[in-house]
Ligand binder design. Structure first.
Ligand SMILES: [Zn+2]
Length: 313
């Protein structure tokens, strides 16, 4: 099935808007510290990277087929290997209607380098299938999440019952990993969280992040004086268990703020270009926002956040 422009504009937003994304996305440390899955390693890491991508994708699909329960289906759409407890037709529909348009739009705005390795996307139809899948892959329950991206395995696992926003979040991580492996964690999570609730631009070429429930979390934290300073959240531990929901809300709101000012795409490119000398992205952010220091950025961002009216879908 080929998407027409009209379908992209009308179906895309509906597919991508999360309706019940209620579980905090995992931090990178939580998703990448998964116990080693030997078979999955063999599929994605140990094969000769000089082998054609087609061959490596087919091998990854075969390995997962052997690893997961027998009735799971797999299709290859290079560089992606899609699998799930869905029919092949449903997997293909997810690729055509959600994954491919999202990948195209994010490539226009951000990602210059598409994945060069098989990138696995596993779609689970329910909480129970999601839990089973994670147990089979690496003996971890993971039921506290609705989606995961493992950098080590280049693997997305999503509970599609949680809404399409989860897939958009984790897919952004996978694409960012290929394009900008050293992307600071706070920005990686901010950009991924932005796409939990998004729609295509009128020309169909860009994804625009919309308001979601995280706005209110960030506003409440600011009102209580609990929002971290920019310098702190960019340079110190992100997303610790006791304050993950505030940190995620904080960085998503910052991305929304940058997007509204037309600075999000320039910041991504500047952050990537300066990564060696500015690994946290702090100086790049001040440069793009044209402020003299992080405090000036905080002042402007806080003034925007406290007056920002969350649009209801
Ligand atoms: Zn995430």
């Amino acid at each position: 099935m080929k998407l027409t422009r009209k379908q992209i504009l009308t179906v895309g937003p509906v597919l991508l808007v999360a309706t019940c994304y209620a579980i905090a996305a995992p931090s990178r440390s939580q998703s990448s510290q998964a116990a080693v899955s030997i078979i999955d390693d063999a599929a994605t890491e140990d094969r000769d990277p000089q082998e054609p991508l087609t061959v490596r994708c087919a091998a990854a699909a075969k390995s997962l087929q052997d690893r997961l329960v027998a009735n799971w289906k797999f299709i290859v759409r290079e560089p992606f290997v899609l699998g799930g407890d869905l029919t092949e037709k449903e997997l293909d529909a997810s690729y055509q209607q959600t994954i491919a348009p999202t990948v195209r739009a994010l490539a226009v705005s951000y990602f210059s380098n598409p994945p060069r390795h098989p990138t696995i996307i596993l779609l689970c139809s329910s909480d129970e299938r999601f839990r089973e899948c994670n147990v089979q892959l690496d003996d971890q329950d993971r039921s506290q999440y609705s989606g995961l991206y493992s950098r080590k395995h280049r693997r997305v696992v999503v509970n599609v019952a949680s809404g399409e926003g989860t897939l958009a979040h984790e897919l952004t991580h996978a694409l960012a990993h290929a394009d900008f492996p050293a992307m600071p964690e706070w920005f990686d999570e901010g950009l991924a969280s932005l796409h939990e609730e998004c729609e295509f631009s009128l020309d169909g070429l860009h994804l625009i992040g919309n308001d979601n429930w995280r706005n209110e979390v960030a506003q409440d934290a600011l009102t209580r004086g609990e929002l971290r300073l920019l310098e702190d959240i960019t340079s110190k531990r992100f997303g610790s268990r006791d304050r993950a929901h505030v940190d995620y809300a904080h960085v998503r709101s910052m991305c929304l703020y940058l997007q509204e000012r037309g600075l999000l795409e320039p910041f991504y490119r500047t952050c990537r270009a300066n990564a060696a000398n500015d690994p946290t992205g702090l100086r790049s952010l001040c440069q793009v926002a044209d402020v003299t220091d992080p405090k000036a950025f905080d002042d402007a961002f806080h003034a925007w956040l406290i007056t920002h009216q969350t649009a209801t879908p």
